[in-house]
Design a binder for this molecule. Structure first.
Ligand code: EPU
Length: 434
């Protein structure tokens, strides 16, 4: 188990470079495997989820490696295995994207059901209905989804609830289907748009990404290409909150301010001063944050992935804030924040947070990726020392979070036991060309 020891109370100061978007990188690395020939991807974050998807694709036969300049090379020509391994897929829900890939590329897929997770039940029923609408035969046997189609044929598909994963999986499958697919009630997240731009640069014909109707005219072939993915709006939002909760001053570089609109507005409402440039943001905070109410919603609404970090900031705000979570079951961090002195009451999908003047250090545990980030933020503001265990979960979606915080003046120490997954991933030769 990896732990962080954080001694709070230092206002963060300085410049931090935001990494590439995890939730863009995952589908784009999978999409690279739809092509013929090599893709070279830039701005790919080195976090655990990225390594997991690379390993899954390597097991399926793709060649993937990082070069010395940090660019990810994907050569999918040897991808011939249609069975994804349980051990890797169960670690991460986004690995279900390989189902869309395998159906489109090989006409056959056997992928373990990703199952539930710390965010409550997260079914893939919309994905499966979409594949069926494209002509795939689907069965579930021994925990595996088995999908088969001699040929995928475009169709009109209404997605029941705006779903990022479903929209992405169906875009992957439809990009090489016969004829036209129309996705209605599609997700509008920047990561969906990024995937559409990348697929188009490979020769796909996609219109409407970023609106709730996406039209995909299937093509026979896609070719590998070079692409720079967008930066991570959730990591950027996390650093904005880190600034707000510590009363610091930060410049965030490598960001797309437009993707952060709702988060910027909520941070301003909480009393922070924010100036935007083309690809950087200057954030200033002083004193206690002001209490703010919010409700999570699909993009362009306030992102569910920032709900926990923002709640951590509200726990020391001046006043009471009411936070409603509409996407997932995401309040498991509340018990841990209470151990640090937060005053939070949860009623069904709503947290009522009465700001306290000070949090105090405690031993706490990260229960999922963003919950872990929330605890790190709370610890940065708390009096005394906080020990956060379960940091592997934070490593899933943040590249070197502890190192970046140290660079901004935070007192953060990392303790790893012998089975340090992160180091193991960084040092193993898996991602080099063999
Ligand atoms: N849903 C279903 N059936 C489905 C698919 C989704 O009922 O077949 C429901 C979900 O349970 C949820 C809602 O639809 O209530 C929306 O889920 P969505 O499919 O949009 O979520 P996702 O694709 O599984 C992605 C991100 C999440 C992010 C959500 C919402 C990736 C890899 N994951 O998940 O990111 O919270 O969209 O924006 O892109 C994270 O990075 O920490 C993270 C969890």
């Amino acid at each position: 188990m990896a732990k962080l020891l954080i001694r709070g109370g230092t206002p963060l100061k300085g410049t931090v470079e935001i990494s590439g978007s995890k939730n863009s990188a995952l589908p784009i690395i999978v999409a690279a495997c739809l092509a013929e020939g090599e893709s070279v991807l830039e701005n790919i974050p080195r976090d655990i989820d990225v390594y997991t998807i690379c390993r899954i694709l390597q097991e399926l036969g793709a060649e993937i490696w990082f070069d010395e300049a940090g660019r990810l090379h994907v050569v999918p020509d040897g991808l011939q295995n249609y069975q994804a391994s349980y051990d890797l897929v169960r670690r991460m829900r986004a690995s279900f994207y390989v189902a869309g890939l395998l159906l489109a590329r090989l006409g056959k897929a056997e992928v373990p059901l990703p199952g539930g997770c710390a965010l409550g039940s997260r079914p893939v029923d919309f994905h499966l209905k979409g594949f069926q609408a494209l002509g795939a035969k689907i069965s579930i046997e021994h925990g595996y989804v088995k999908a088969e189609a001699d040929e995928l044929v475009g169709n009109k598909i209404y997605i029941n609830r705006s779903s990022v994963g479903t929209t992405i999986n169906l875009m992957l499958a439809a990009s090489r289907a016969k004829g036209t697919t129309v996705l209605e009630n599609a997700a509008k997240e920047p990561e969906v748009v990024d995937l559409a731009i990348y697929l188009s640069s490979m020769g796909a014909r996609i219109r409407g990404a970023g609106t709730d109707v996406i039209r995909i005219d299937g093509v026979e072939r896609l070719r590998g290409t070079e692409y720079v993915i967008i930066s991570d709006r959730i990591e950027a939002g996390t650093f904005m909150v880190a600034c707000g909760i510590t009363g610091g001053e930060l410049v965030l570089t490598n960001v797309v301010p437009e993707h952060l609109r709702s988060s910027i507005m909520k941070c301003e409402e909480a009393g922070m001063e924010i100036e935007e440039d083309i690809n950087s943001i200057h954030v200033r905070a002083q004193g206690r944050p002001v209490a703010v109410d919010l409700e999570t919603a699909p993009y362009p609404g306030f992102p569910t992935d920032l709900q926990q970090p923002f709640a951590a900031m509200m726990s020391i705000a001046d006043g009471t804030s009411i936070i409603r979570e509409t996407i997932f079951d995401r309040f498991r961090y509340v018990d841990e924040l209470r151990r640090m002195g937060a005053d939070i009451k949860v009623e069904r999908d709503t947290a009522i947070i009465r700001g306290v003047s000070e949090l105090t250090g405690a031993q706490v545990e990260a229960t999922d990726l963003r919950a872990g980030a929330a605890l790190v933020l709370a610890a940065l503001a708390a009096k005394g020392e906080t020990e956060i265990s379960g940091i592997e979960l934070v490593d899933r979606g943040y590249e070197q979070l502890d190192a970046k915080l140290r660079q901004l003046g935070a007192d953060v120490e990392r303790i790893d036991d012998e089975s340090n997954v992160f180091e193991e991933f960084l040092t193993r030769p898996l991602l080099r060309r063999i």
